[in-house]
Design a protein around this ligand. Structure first.
Ligand code: NAI
Ligand code: MG
Length: 500
């Protein structure tokens, strides 16, 4: 008997032997109805309070990644469109928004929050159709959190004088904001709500694969009667984003996306007076100690990496297990992933939806192949994947070394690398051995250990005995190549104000 086995004897007694999940319980299909959601065949740009045709004259298709069906056509903004949007934002800033007292700005932001809340079901369905995420996540996480962000920052708009004691705040002007495809509406809320609360106007560019909820939000903003130009939403690819970043009349750039593009943006605005915040990738460590509540930890691991198909910058993609519980954690993980339901994102029982794009699927496949080639042992959910669309079965690797690519690079898919450690010092050293530093998780029975370990981890957000928990009052952001600046909470006001 190895030491590891001896240490888990107590657990062996109370836990059933390796469970046979071969015959998975099946639920009857329970798809969310999409009847009342009408997606127009074509979507224009939202500039100066109106939906306007792009000067570029060109459109691109947006699809449902679960079926590969085209949902609608989206305007592809060129430099002239970007310029029109920035001009509208500048005018709105000079003419209305910077002149309104905070209490008046708050009314508009509260109105957006309430309207979003009323349309939550429609938003959740469109998010799922366009992004591929399970409806239960869009419904229970993305949309409610987006609403909560608008409510939260609406509350700050008339209290900015009390946010930073002894200092007053001044808005920056026009903010250019670029967001990714993993949490389309939520990222729009994270960007727009604090900017407006602080008195800035906005030009936002959603990701090319998931523009639909941002455009629905544009409708809400129109209905909320915001002064025209306070929020402008322009759609397009990386080129549109680059034009926005380079535009001479924006005062602030906020970007969430790949580290590669984040670095390009930083280079391209170097020497200008534009303020910048970057929220980039991650390779988070989820650390399980011998004294951790194992079943809770298993759920935390599952939530940490398989939530939203692993399309999460703070995903717990590296699992560090202390040797005494490594065997039981791996065995339980093997069992648990067999119960995950992969398939139709609109089905209310689906745990794992579609991968957001063909390009992202290829990246996941390539990196997983390197794991296999480098000799790591792969474990996967045994399930049949739909024929159409982009899918990847929940996967984890054991026998992973620190130097393997799957332990170093961001996969951004439902793929976990399991490594082990002996001492807390070793856990910290291994966890910090990454270019990133966005988030981490610590699982132990001892509160004091959570505090001690988290003070040594180089990560912006650290969860104790839980994972992937978000709240608008709590700041989020990274270290090192994960970026800089915070979103959420009081700290989330800082990137949008000048302190005077
Ligand atoms: P990306 O960084 O290319 O795209 C994110 C946003 O930036 C999109 O709106 C895109 O149109 C825009 N963009 C692209 N090139 C730009 C440029 N030169 N200037 C300004 N804006 C530009 O990310 P992509 O290619 O979709 O994903 C690649 C990898 O990045 C993923 O596999 C993942 O590892 C990581 N990623 C991280 C995210 C995070 O939340 N931190 C979100 C999305 C991707
Ligand atoms: Mg890219």
């Amino acid at each position: 008997m190895t030491t590891a086995e001896k240490k888990v004897t107590r657990l062996e007694v109370v836990e059933p032997k390796h469970l046979d999940f071969g015959k998975k319980w099946d639920y009857a299909p329970s798809p969310e109805s999409t009847d009342f959601v009408k997606i127009a065949p074509r979507h224009e740009l939202f500039i100066g309070g109106k939906f306007t045709k792009p000067k570029s004259g060109s459109y691109f298709k947006t699809i449902n990644p679960a079926t590969e069906e085209t949902l609608t056509e989206i305007a592809d903004a060129n430099d002239a469109d970007v310029d029109a949007a920035v001009k509208a934002a500048r005018q709105a800033y000079e003419k209305y928004w910077s002149k309104l007292p905070g209490s008046e700005r708050a009314k508009y932001i509260f109105r957006i929050a309430r309207q979003l809340q009323e349309k939550a079901r429609e938003f959740a369905i469109v998010e799922t159709l366009n992004g591929g995420k399970p409806i239960k996540e869009a419904r229970d996480i993305d949309i409610p959190l987006a609403v909560a962000h608008f409510f939260y920052y609406a509350g700050w708009a008339d209290k900015l004088d009390f946010a930073f004691p002894g200092r007053k705040t001044r808005p920056l002007g026009v903010a250019g904001q670029i967001i990714p495809w993993n949490f389309p509406l939520l990222m729009a809320a994270w960007k727009i709500a604090p900017a407006l609360a602080c008195g800035n106007t906005v030009v936002l560019k959603p990701a090319e694969t998931t523009p639909l909820t941002a455009l629905l939000l544009a409708q809400v903003i129109q209905e909320a009667d915001l002064p025209p130009g306070v929020v402008n939403i322009i759609t397009g690819f990386g080129k549109t984003g680059a034009a926005l970043v380079k535009h001479p009349d924006i005062n602030k750039v906020a970007f969430t996306g790949s580290t590669e593009v984040g670095k390009m943006i930083q280079r391209s605005i170097a020497g200008s007076k534009k303020r910048l915040t970057l929220e980039l990738g991650g390779k988070a460590a989820n650390i399980i100690f011998n004294d951790a509540p194992i079943d809770q930890a298993i759920e935390g691991i599952i939530n940490g990496i398989y939530f939203n198909q692993g399309h999460v910058c703070c995903a717990g993609s590296r699992l560090f297990v202390q040797e005494g519980v490594a065997d039981i954690v791996i065995r339980k993980l093997q069992d648990r992933i067999q119960t995950l339901r992969v398939g139709n994102p609109l089905d209310k029982n689906t745990d794992i939806g579609a991968i957001n794009s063909k390009q992202q699927l290829q990246k996941i496949q390539e990196l997983v192949q390197t794991g296999v080639d480098e000799g790591c042992k792969m474990h996967q959910t045994a399930c049949e994947l739909p024929k159409k669309g982009f899918w990847f079965a929940p996967t984890f690797f054991t026998g992973v070394a620190q130097s393997n690519r799957i332990a170093q690079e961001e996969i951004f898919g439902p793929v976990l690398s399991v490594l082990t450690f002996r001492t807390p010092e070793e856990a910290v050293e291994k966890a910090n051995n990454t270019a990133y530093g966005l988030s981490a998780g610590v699982w132990t029975d001892k509160g004091s250990k959570i505090f001690k370990i988290s003070s040594q981890l180089k990560a912006g957000v650290i969860w104790g005995n839980t994972y992937n928990k978000f709240d608008p009052a709590s700041p989020f952001g990274g270290y090192k190549e994960s970026g800089f600046g915070r979103e959420g909470g009081l700290q989330g006001l800082m990137p949008y104000v000048e302190l005077v």
